[in-house]
Design a protein around this ligand. Structure first.
Ligand code: ACO
Length: 427
């Protein structure tokens, strides 16, 4: 028997169906609330609001569980490739070898970016933040690929998906190379998806391209860990922009802008900057812990805390181990890693952090790996965007195929009630 929730307002009772997810998440379906009662819900930051039903990613913040399409993040990070995870997220199942080969071939077939895009990139100053550049270039793709996706055509949808998976890494690489004053290049279709991305980013014009296997494996793992995270700020942005039937590329560009912020994807850059600042200040972690706890100080321990993980972030566990491994294999000693570990230890024993359930999140350690891979600090969030791309695509696709209505929250107005206009001399 289906369950019902009853709400009483001013003595009048209203009933709403209760929706239950496959992992027992319970929600009150209030779609009819305003129509029946003239009342709305108020939930700034949407901490208690489900914006959709989704079959892509499950996470349990209390238990520290994260699964893509039912597969645990631990197993995927250990056994799958990023390209397999892309397929899984977007199409719902792990690909067979045949499907994976075709998928990769189709992506490679779409990996040329119009040469005129270089002129747009040229217009940016070298000092521009790569996230701003990436968001603009992704939006500019719309102009070069103007036909809108017919979401009712499976073929059209597939084409748009492989197109962005082919072109986006080129934009990522160009964004970095422009900053580093390196010539812009194209990929090498003989390489794996992630190795090709690495080559596009790092190939020097006067040297043969060589890479340590450990680097590609670490990069692959980082991209998998960032691939989706259900209805976070940037993903909700992609879904809400897409809900107005803006195209896929425009929706992704909006997602990139949302991810840029230091409270979201920008945290990985902020973490390294914070660790560097602690190092420059003599390495006294307790001083910064005090600052983070001080209500009169706006300083926050970057890479700590998470909107939904309230015990631990499962990705942080995997990434901490990966950071140790990759630095070990590459023979890198990074004092910033020691500061990070020291900071984590102090914070995890501190009452302030314990009582607020503040634990290291995925970005506390990701920056350290990116640094070890030679990726410039202001490119960290771009790498996050690259990893999140399949998640955004999957969520956009689910939203469009689910025929979701346009996203349009309401508000409780608290401004002036009606006022009569005053002429300038009366003010
Ligand atoms: N350092 C110090 N105090 C913190 C921190 C932090 N990093 N995070 C939260 N707090 C404190 C708040 O001051 C607040 O304290 P109070 O109850 O005494 O007022 C309490 O913990 C709850 O904080 P909220 O901001 O309400 O928690 P919320 O769930 O809304 O925010 C967020 C989560 C934005 C991630 C926050 O923890 C934060 O700013 N962290 C640092 C930035 C960061 O690492 N972001 C990356 C997120 S992961 C990702 O996007 C991949």
């Amino acid at each position: 028997m289906s369950k019902i929730a009853t709400l009483e307002i001013d003595g009048k009772k209203y009933e709403f169906p209760i929706v239950e997810g496959t992992e027992n998440e319970v929600a009150i379906d209030i779609k009819s609330l305003r129509a029946s009662s003239n009342v709305i819900t108020l939930d700034p930051g949407y901490k208690n609001t489900g914006s959709c039903e989704s079959a892509i990613t499950f996470l349990d913040g209390e238990k520290g569980i994260l699964r893509y399409r039912g597969y645990s993040i631990e197993e995927l990070a250990d056994k799958a490739s990023f390209l397999e995870v892309c397929f899984l997220l977007i199409f719902g199942e792990l690909p067979t070898q045949e499907e994976l080969t075709k998928f990769h071939k189709d992506i490679k077939g779409q990996s040329i970016v119009d040469e005129d895009m270089k002129r747009i990139l040229d217009g940016f100053p070298k000092s521009a933040h790569p996230m701003g550049v990436l968001a603009s270039l992704t939006n500019a793709l719309v102009a070069f690929n103007p036909s809108s996706v017919n979401v009712d055509s499976e073929e059209d949808m597939y084409k748009a998906i492989v197109k962005i998976l082919g072109k986006f890494p080129v934009l990522v690489a160009w964004t970095m190379r422009k900053k580093m004053s390196l010539p812009l290049n194209y990929g090498d279709t003989s390489l794996g998806y992630v190795e090709n991305i690495h080559k596009m980013m790092f190939q020097q014009p006067n040297e043969d391209y060589k890479v340590d296997r450990a680097v590609i494996e670490a990069l692959d793992k980082l991209l998998i860990l960032h691939a989706d995270h259900e209805q976070n700020c940037s993903t909700s942005t992609v879904r809400i922009v897409g809900s107005s039937h803006s195209g896929l590329f425009a929706s992704l560009s909006a997602g990139i802008a949302a991810l840029w912020g230091p409270l979201h994807g920008g945290a990985n850059q902020a973490v390294i900057e914070m660790l560097e600042a602690i190092k420059a200040d003599g390495g006294d972690t307790s001083k910064f812990i005090l600052k983070a706890k001080d209500k009169n100080d706006s300083f926050r321990l970057m890479g700590f805390g998470h909107r939904v993980y309230k015990n631990f972030d499962p990705r942080a566990k995997i990434i901490k181990k990966a950071a140790d491994e990759v630095l070990g294999e590459l023979g890198i000693e990074d004092p910033v890693l020691d500061i990070a570990k020291g900071l984590e230890k102090v914070a995890l024993e501190d009452e302030y952090f314990i009582s607020r359930n503040l634990y290291p999140n995925v970005d506390f350690y990701s920056g350290i790996i990116y640094r070890a891979l030679g990726i410039p600090t202001d490119m960290f969030t771009v790498m996050f965007a690259l990893g999140r791309l399949p998640g955004w695509i999957a969520q956009w696709k689910e939203m469009r195929l689910g025929k979701e209505p346009i996203g349009r929250p309401r508000q409780v107005y608290i401004g002036h009630t009606h006022r009569t206009f005053k002429t300038r001399s009366e003010r």
